[in-house]
Design a protein around this ligand. Structure first.
Ligand code: PLP
Length: 376
């Protein structure tokens, strides 16, 4: 049996998305910058895709900029803000994605102060601390991911955005893990930058977007032919853009039903793991559904001599998932997130992540195999 439980890494493409993309691999191959009919058809598809995405997020199409990856979108938001908006300080955490952490390291070398909020043992920061930090006079950007890709922890983006509004800070949120999984309404949030990667919601890889609030006038990261209204030069990934819009449309169409279905799978796994493995525990906000992605479950397993072989053993049994224990005595391997939470390095940690394509049989099989590995 083959079981894919690594949907926070990437998801399978939805057949409807592939179907929407196909004509742009074959008949509609024109360059969208060409003014002849071959180009115009493709230009029109890109603008339709932009309109669809904007409609779903309740914003104007002019606020969406298609980019190669979410990593590129994160880089653009942070680096261009530092360059164009005179940002002197970034408030963030140490459990952001490396697209943020490594960009912050670069910005630090440019003279930007990086402030990390303290985290509790579940990986949550305190809004009071954020407010206290925001009271400084420096021109500040807050970069906080909407959901953590390893733990699933969700932040209260509305409250963070209200605080940023009150204290005049620019807000960037890495929304990669929530886009296509929750409703986003950027009209009602004071978010200035948000990002997406289509492959996290059953779209293709190599395409994402950056949402830019119209008040933010920033320079691009990449210069060239001036595509994407000068914000991202380079010939557009037309198939990807069409696929991204279709994937978001499909995700929004049945979102509530998929949320319920996937949450049931996650709950089933939690219950079965508790029942079949002594000493199992869950990292982050796993057991607080309103504070955790329904798609992610981060599990810590009891120490054994074989913990390092855990993922390998699951893999040879056909189960694909992600691992990562804390870094041992400061070595730069393992999960920076679990290390930050001081999760016991002797315990194996696994991130299971689910999608609408998983079944109860997938969960039962994965737990049964895991229980076998832990049989004493
Ligand atoms: N941000 C978060 C929270 C992610 O989970 C990921 C991918 O795992 C990224 C950014 C980067 O996405 P990509 O590799 O598609 O650029």
């Amino acid at each position: 049996m083959q079981v894919y439980l690594d949907n926070a890494a990437t998801t399978a493409i939805d057949p409807a998305v592939l179907e929407a993309m196909m004509p742009f691999f074959t008949d509609h191959f024109g360059n969208p910058s060409s003014i002849h009919s071959h180009g115009r058809i493709v230009r029109s598809a890109i603008e339709q895709a932009r309109k669809k995405v904007a409609e779903l997020l309740n914003i104007s199409p002019a606020e969406i900029f298609f980019m190669g990856t979410a990593t590129e979108a994160d880089n653009t938001a942070l680096r261009s803000s530092a360059e164009s908006l005179g940002i002197k300080r970034i408030i963030t955490t140490k459990i952001e994605h490396h697209a943020i952490l490594h960009t912050c390291e670069l910005l630090k070398s440019w003279g930007v102060e990086i402030v990390h909020l303290a985290l509790d043992t579940q990986g949550n920061f305190n809004l009071n601390e954020l407010e206290r930090r925001l009271q400084g006079k420096q021109s500040t950007l807050v970069s906080l991911m909407h959901a953590n890709n390893e733990l699933g922890n969700l932040i209260d983006l509305q409250k963070v955005s209200d605080l940023c509004r009150e204290y005049g800070a620019v807000l960037h949120s890495d929304t990669v893990q929530t886009m296509g999984h929750y409703i986003h309404n950027f009209q009602h949030l004071n978010v200035h930058f948000a990002v997406a990667a289509a492959h996290k919601f059953h779209g293709p890889k190599g395409i994402g977007f950056l949402y830019i609030n119209p008040d933010m006038k920033i320079k691009p990261l990449i210069y060239g032919g001036g595509q994407e209204r000068n914000m991202r030069s380079g010939t557009e990934n037309v198939c990807g853009i069409v696929g991204l819009a279709k994937a978001l449309e499909v995700a929004y169409a049945d979102m509530a039903e998929h949320q319920r279905y996937i949450l049931r799978l996650k709950d089933r796994m939690i219950e079965q793991l508790k029942h079949s493995i002594n000493g199992v525990s869950f990292n982050g906000n796993a057991e607080m559904p309103e504070k955790c992605l329904y798609t992610v479950l981060n599990v810590s397993l009891p120490p054994t001599d074989d913990n390092e072989m855990l993922l390998f053993n699951l893999d040879i049994n056909g189960i694909s998932c992600s691992g990562g224990s804390s870094c041992i005595s400061g070595t730069p391997v393992g999960s920076h997130v679990l290390t930050e939470l001081k999760v016991d390095a002797d315990r194996g940690a696994i991130r299971f992540s689910f999608s609408k394509f998983n079944t109860e049989a997938d969960i039962d099989y994965a737990v049964a195999k895991l229980a076998e590995l832990y049989k004493t």
